[in-house]
Design a protein around this ligand. Structure first.
Ligand code: GLN
Length: 552
């Protein structure tokens, strides 16, 4: 029988509910259980694919091409599993399904209502994850905070799950926040009490409360929460903000959380949690390292969450290359207005990530030009690969005309053009080239060297692609098409021969980087950046030696 652990949020959003669920998933996996995770998002969009990154942060893409909430990235990175279409459910998706059934006549004669039709569909989605994957435990997180009007049907479905599958198979974890009042130097538990009262009003009594705070949480506060919320003291878990994201599973294990969870769910523990490898990784992260600056040139840089997986992938590869990556967040719009260039002076690498729409794209093209001319290592991700091709075409043709038809539909030189199957599409949602596709690597190229494999599979999310009628011309100018679709038609990776490392991929490698398996292309970028740094600052080698000699 699959066990279900439900995560709800209290007091404020963004308290780290997703990370907490992901961290518990890691602990259960360390005990030998199989785990899947699911996010229930109460908004009415069918998926976040059509939402602005400013509203939603990054859109995470699964192997099977679901465009999902960024919390799925946390689940994949912490638990080291691949999720799928069933792992993200939205109000829009639930209603779309129920309405389609109603139109088909499946409910003839019936009145379709929130309870039971919508709640039944939500429960069907929750069961689908368990059935599809046949795992020991499913972690189910509800987006938003208790009290939101739009999350009520989800909460009701969660409440019903306990009587459907049994008390011994369900666990409710409420993640709340204790605000800090500076004037009196204390944390407050009252909002948590209110939020639990609200949750109980819906009919859910939490089994575990995870109290998040930015400060140390005194024992009296735990006792107080326990007393007012009817949760045993040992199941009120203090969770102070951790400096190291990936240390959260270790910190939660120290509170006994995973023991409480397995006891309550009657999960016969397969083994004591084995966190040795994970802890070794944390030690490696914690070890002081010389900094290295990588510029991230994007148009949503005000909101770092818009590049969550890129940021994490850079950190993963940085640690593995004995460097602490410091990201210089550079707004591509600024570059267009000839601003922000002073920030390039101490960069040892540049990343141009994915993006959509015309705004800011000229700045990204300028960043690619800068990297080509200064020979600074460059990694382009999706749009970042496209701008690298546009830039080289502009250079060799000595013209500003080369472009993507996404930004100039009338361009004389459509170096990047719409994929043939994208021409006739009427719907914007879920119609891009999405998910994992195979890519064959050309032997002897930097891409093949980075991966050390002949063929790879990577995740995509784009409509435009490299226009093959420019292959010869750019090839003559030193561009190597080092990754191709198996039929040879689609350019998946392009790189410059005459450059230490300038490579762009039409896919998004960042989605597959894990803290314990940094991605090969990010590893290659960082290795090249380290070389660049050592050549630029000869004293760096000395500093690295000194740091390595320090004992901690
Ligand atoms: N806008 C480009 C396309 O659709 C790039 C997409 C991306 O960077 N994810 O092809």
């Amino acid at each position: 029988m699959t066990k279900f652990i439900f995560f709800t949020g209290g007091v404020v959003s963004s308290v780290g509910k997703g990370v907490t669920a992901a961290a518990l998933g890691r602990l259960l996996k360390a005990r030998g259980f199989t785990v899947m995770a699911q996010k229930l998002d109460p908004y009415i969009n069918v998926d976040p694919g059509t939402m602005s990154p400013y509203q939603h942060g990054e859109v995470f893409v699964t192997e099977d091409g679901a465009e999902t909430d960024l919390d799925l990235g946390h689940y994949e990175r912490f638990i080291d599993i691949n999720l799928n279409q069933a792992s993200n459910v939205t109000t829009g998706g639930v209603y779309a399904e129920v309405i389609a059934r109603e139109r088909r006549g499946d409910y003839l004669g019936g009145t379709i209502q929130v309870i039971p039709h919508i709640t039944n569909e939500i429960k069907r989605c929750i069961h689908a994850v368990a059935d599809k994957n046949g795992v020991d435990v499913v972690l189910v997180e509800v987006g938003g905070t208790v009290g939101d009007i739009e999350s009520l049907p989800f909460m009701e479905a969660l409440r019903q799950m306990r009587s459907d599958v049994g008390r011994e198979n369900t666990l409710y974890v409420h993640v709340t926040f204790l605000p800090y009042i500076g004037a009196s130097n204390e944390l407050k538990t009252k909002p948590t009490q209110h939020s639990v009262r609200e949750l109980r009003g819906i009919g859910i009594q939490p089994d575990v409360i995870i109290a998040r705070a930015d400060h140390d949480i005194p024992k009296e506060h735990i006792n107080k929460i326990s007393l007012f919320c009817d949760v045993r003291q040992e199941a009120v878990i203090p969770a102070k903000t951790s400096e190291i994201l990936y240390n959260i599973p270790v910190l939660l294990a120290e509170t006994g959380l995973d023991q409480i969870v397995v006891d309550r769910l009657g999960l016969a523990s397969k083994q004591e949690p084995d966190l040795s490898i994970w802890k070794g990784m944390i030690e490696e992260i914690r070890r002081p390292k010389p900094p290295i600056r990588i510029g991230l040139v994007g148009k949503y840089v005000e909101l770092h969450d818009a590049y969550m997986s890129v940021r994490e992938a850079l950190y993963h590869a940085g640690h593995a290359n004995n460097r602490k990556v410091e990201i210089e967040w550079i707004h591509s719009n600024d570059l267009e207005r000839d601003k922000g260039w002073e920030r390039f002076t101490d960069l040892d690498g540049v990343v141009v990530p994915g993006g959509f729409g015309e705004r800011g794209v000229e700045g990204k093209i300028l960043a690619a030009k800068w990297a080509r001319e200064t020979q600074v290592p460059y990694l382009g991700l999706c749009l970042g690969m496209q701008v690298m091709c546009i830039e080289l075409a502009r250079y060799i043709l000595n013209s500003d005309e080369p472009n993507s038809t996404e930004f100039d539909s009338q361009t004389e030189h459509p170096v990047i053009s719409l994929m043939p199957d994208q021409h006739e599409l009427a719907d914007m949602g879920g119609t891009m080239r999405l998910g994992a596709y195979p890519c064959e690597l050309v032997p002897g190229t930097k891409a093949a060297q980075a991966y050390g494999e002949a063929a790879v599979s990577e995740r995509h999310r784009h409509r435009w692609e490299f226009n093959n009628s420019y292959r010869d011309r750019l090839g003559e100018a030193g561009m190597v098409f080092s990754g191709l679709s198996p039929n040879g038609r689609l350019v998946e990776i392009a790189e410059l021969a005459d450059h230490p490392f300038m490579l762009g991929s039409q896919f998004h490698p960042e989605f597959k980087s894990r803290p314990n398996h940094p991605h090969p292309l990010f590893m290659a970028l960082l290795a090249a950046a380290v070389e660049h740094q050592e050549a630029r600052l000869p004293q760096v080698e000395r500093i690295v030696e000194q740091v390595n000699e320090l004992e901690f």
